[in-house]
Ligand binder design. Structure first.
Ligand code: UT7
Length: 343
């Protein structure tokens, strides 16, 4: 059975920087830099322009990951796309990405499977579990795994939505998960979910139990009420569960792998709130030099946070061959996950 390792990483963030100050002055959000930075550590985020879709961001990150892996797109056997902000309701963004990578063009088109993962902030780790299992089983040699989000189009900028709109940003991270006979790669993954909290952090948008599933006016034009249209979150409840579940699933990984804190060289935490991550690090005694963060400049990019961290840490030299890496995430669902990787 081969091992599954990360053969290349890539990232893309839209060029437009939106500082906390600009969120207030240019986008009209009733907030302050102090409020956001104190509670979350976020100083800025990126917003993509109108006309740019989630799969466009993903395509950029994917090209970088493929180049880093030394692979052509046609060498891929599968695409796994994690996002909560897919380009359309359906089909999922995976097929748009396949098209944008040129896989459907010409006589040597490669119609690889494209799987969409909908596990929000845990989406990348759910995707990593899937991709590495496909590789370890021998079904695939190279799987492209992307986490990408375009949140900026779906933020309620009114006072009602400011708790959520202050947090999120656009971006994409991608990795190629490849087969190897070497003794390295994804050592294990641990996933969980608790559907009792499904509505605590959600964006319903429609109700399929109703006919039509979105109410319409007399002209047949859809009328979505604000409480359905925008993401809603019980922030304090999410915060509490995030701490509990992230610590729990990290400890499970450590126990099952027989690891102590000293064995891990780098921790890649989902970037939802710097205060959550600092609190967890303090609780379990992770030294600050082993924890990398980029939420300060990108905000919460949901499924993209961990692959963005990977791509940046690799390029800055903080993440190097031979290191033992622990990843952990928590988000809407509730869903959570961890993974241990020998880089
Ligand atoms: O990746 C997905 C997982 N998500 C998370 O992990 C998020 C977890 N939760 C959190 O990080 C925190 O709950 C938040 C940072 C989202 C919110 O912090 P909080 O301390 O829980 O604030 P709150 O929602 O209880 O709001 C406190 C006050 C309220 O005002 P009143 O009612 O006390 O007068 C809000 O209206 O802060 C107000 N507020 C704001 N003020 C300025 C809420 N958002 C803002 C804002 N700017 N952006």
């Amino acid at each position: 059975m081969p091992n599954a390792y990360i053969s290349g990483t890539g990232m893309f963030v839209p060029p437009r920087v939106v500082t906390n100050e600009q969120l207030s002055t240019e986008f009209g959000v009733e907030t302050t830099h102090e409020w956001i930075v104190q509670r979350t550590g976020i100083e800025a985020r990126r917003f993509a322009e109108v006309g740019v879709g989630t799969s466009d961001l993903a395509a950029e990150a994917s090209r970088m990951a493929l180049e880093a892996a030394g692979l052509a797109a046609r060498e891929l056997d599968m695409i796994v796309f994690a996002t909560l902000s897919s380009d359309h309701c359906f089909p999922g963004s995976g097929v748009y990405l396949q098209q944008k990578l040129g896989l459907c063009d010409g006589p040597d088109a490669k119609f690889v499977p494209a799987l969409d993962v909908r596990n929000q902030c845990s989406g990348f780790l759910y995707g990593l579990a899937t991709a590495s299992s496909m590789v370890k089983s021998g079904a695939c040699r190279h799987v492209l795994l992307v986490g990408a989000e375009k949140h900026s189009a779906a933020l309620d900028l009114s006072k009602r939505g400011r708790t959520v709109s202050s947090l999120f940003g656009d971006g994409a991270g991608a990795v190629v998960v490849s087969a190897t006979e070497e003794d390295r790669g994804v050592r294990g993954w641990w996933l969980g979910a608790d559907g009792r909290y499904a509505d605590v952090l959600s964006q319903p948008l429609w109700d399929i139990r109703q006919r039509p599933f979105i109410p319409t006016d007399e002209h047949g034009v859809g009328q979505v009420a604000p409480e359905m249209l925008w993401a809603k979150m019980e922030g304090k409840l999410v915060f509490r569960h995030a701490v509990e579940r992230m610590v729990g699933v990290l400890m499970t990984a450590f126990t099952e792998q027989g690891l102590t804190l000293a064995d891990v060289d780098l921790f890649l935490f989902h970037q939802a709130n710097l205060r959550i991550n600092q609190y967890i690090a303090e609780q379990i005694g992770i030294p600050s030099d082993k924890l990398v963060s980029n939420i300060q400049k990108y905000g919460n990019t949901t499924a993209a946070t961990i692959p963005l961290l990977m791509a940046e840490a690799e390029r800055s030299g903080k993440l190097r061959r031979g290191m033992k890496v622990a990843c952990v995430a928590f988000g809407s669902g509730f869903t959570w996950g961890s993974a241990i990787i020998d880089w």
